[in-house]
Design a protein around this ligand. Structure first.
Ligand SMILES: Nc1nc2c(ncn2[C@@H]2O[C@H](COP(=O)(O)OP(=O)(O)OP(=O)(O)O)[C@@H](O)[C@H]2O)c(=O)[nH]1
Ligand SMILES: [Mg+2]
Length: 473
């Protein structure tokens, strides 16, 4: 059984975490309050379903059926989470709010007043200052795992703490636990920039992600906002009605990120007829070390709007497939099956009422529509997870490693250049102890290298291997 440690850093990382843990519990039929127990539970026996992948349950308590959060607290069950922020307001909610008692106090790290939207403050100041404290949290969490499989880090790249200290932690993980997978979900504010120094922070964080993460599942706030605008609020927004602001939509946006993380980790948490674990995703999806950014998409059906009929019709599955691959449902701005995309690798994960032939028919459609590298057309990763998202009968999750991701890197570099050319706001970075201009130069170089690689792969001609003709004697 494999275990994961979730590391949430900064405001954004911790806000996503605070939306994620109740949802994970809900999938195991452990609601926050006992009154919301479902009539037909998604799973029947928690001990069969790798509850301890994300929760530390002592050996003696592993056969207990937990019915609500209070049961977990009474039995000293803790989320495998480390919550770090250089201000204390978001993490403080874990001590007093609805998740009170779920987190280990030894794994909450806070300070005051934050990292001032400055990557250098997070990475160069708070990093060294908190290294020992964070290392103790890591050791404490790792010692409570039997077979640690991976770390999952979550933070935004636009501010200072998540971006700077978050990537410092990634660097620590690579140094101290080099053999353990390091998955990361960075939230980019590209297109909805609300932090003036974010072009610097985004680029500096991206270089560290490229260097230290094993696999990156990026999310762009503009995509989340579009999904929220067009899907969730469609019914009562009306045509031409007011558009949601980032501020009012943040909870809904975070719920989409949480759905993605639940799909991504579903194979590690539940069994499947064609089971998969997250390390398989890394092996299958990352063809070259620098090509580790992966686009994710799925049918955004919430619990209330999910498929609840006894079985899922083939028409519904077809709709789910189209939705999961459509550009409007990608969490990063790409069109995986569009003309500017060459697929380096792809994964489809069917959850719940899905069988292998459903996935195979989806694959044929992708093969007919998309462009591929010489090696990637015939080999797609398929996986089935027995348990559907909470309240749904079935769901489809897609992952694409595509050259269209170059759009993100072009955007990051363009925004960075416009600020850097004028040296605007630069003194905030250069005044930090341990910061030197090489951080900027290395980041520019790393992004340019990735762009060059995408370009080469896009231009690569598919191999035309002639079929062997049968010999006539
Ligand atoms: N999707 C999403 N984006 C967020 C959330 N909170 C902040 N952001 C975005 O993240 C960027 C700023 O990062 P924060 O996470 O607030 O910053 P931080 O990591 O706490 O760093 P400092 O406050 O500068 O020390 C902005 O672009 C915000 O719009 C959130 O809960 N969800
Ligand atoms: Mg903050």
């Amino acid at each position: 059984m494999s275990e994961f440690i979730v590391i949430q850093v900064g405001q954004c990382g911790n806000q996503i975490g605070s939306a994620m843990w109740p949802q994970i519990l809900q999938e195991y039929n452990v609601p926050i309050t006992p009154t919301t127990i479902q009539e037909t539970p998604t799973i029947k026996n928690q001990s069969d379903y790798r509850f301890s992948s994300f929760f530390n349950v002592s050996k003696a308590k592993q056969d207990i059926q937990f019915n609500c959060l209070q049961d977990l607290i009474d039995n000293k069950v803790k989320a495998r989470a480390i919550c770090i922020d250089m201000e204390d307001s978001v993490v403080a909610r874990f001590k007093t709010g609805k998740l009170k008692g779920l987190f280990d106090d030894k794994c909450l790290v806070t300070n005051y007043p934050g990292s001032g939207n400055n990557w250098a403050e997070g990475f160069c100041e708070h990093g060294p200052q908190y290294q020992e404290v964070i290392l103790n949290c890591l050791r404490h969490s790792v010692e409570r795992c039997d077979s640690l499989h991976g770390f999952l880090t979550m933070f935004s790249t636009g501010g200072g703490t998540g971006s700077g200290l978050g990537t410092f932690v990634l660097n620590m993980l690579a140094d101290f636990y080099p053999k353990i997978e390091r998955f990361s979900t960075p939230v980019y504010s590209t297109g909805t920039e609300d932090v003036i120094t974010s072009p610097y922070n985004n680029l500096l964080a991206t270089q560290k992600l490229l260097e230290h993460a094993t696999c990156v599942f990026p999310v762009e706030n503009r995509c989340l906002l579009n999904i929220v605008n067009t899907k969730y609020r469609k019914t009562f927004m009306g045509k031409g009605g007011p558009h949601l602001t980032m501020f009012s939509a943040t909870d809904d946006m975070n719920r989409i990120v949480v759905d993605m993380l639940l799909h991504l980790t579903s194979g590690s948490r539940f069994p499947g007829r064609l089971n998969f674990d997250m390390n398989e995703i890394n092996t299958n999806m990352v063809p070259f070390p620098e090509m580790k950014f992966i686009s994710s998409g799925f049918n955004h059906i919430t619990t209330s709007g999910g498929i609840t009929a006894k079985s899922t019709s083939s028409r519904q599955k077809e709709e789910m497939f189209l939705a999961a691959c459509h550009r409007s449902n990608q969490l990063i701005q790409v069109d995986p099956l569009g003309p500017k995309s060459v697929l380096l690798s792809s994964t489809l994960i069917g959850r719940g009422d899905y069988i292998i032939t459903d996935l195979q028919s989806h694959i044929e459609k992708i093969q007919a529509k998309a462009k591929f590298t010489p090696w990637s057309k015939k080999s797609m990763k398929l996986a089935l997870c027995n348990v559907a998202p909470n309240g749904q009968k079935a769901a489809l999750f897609s992952l694409f490693n595509t050259t269209a991701l170059s759009g993100l890197f072009v955007h990051l570099k363009g925004h960075f250049d416009s600020l850097f050319r004028k040296k605007a706001h630069l003194h905030h970075y250069t005044k930090m102890n341990n910061f030197d201009m090489n951080y900027f130069y290395e980041s520019i170089e790393a992004v340019e290298t990735v762009l060059q690689k995408y370009d080469e792969l896009e231009k690569m001609k598919p191999l035309n291997v002639p079929r062997l003709k049968p010999q006539i004697r």
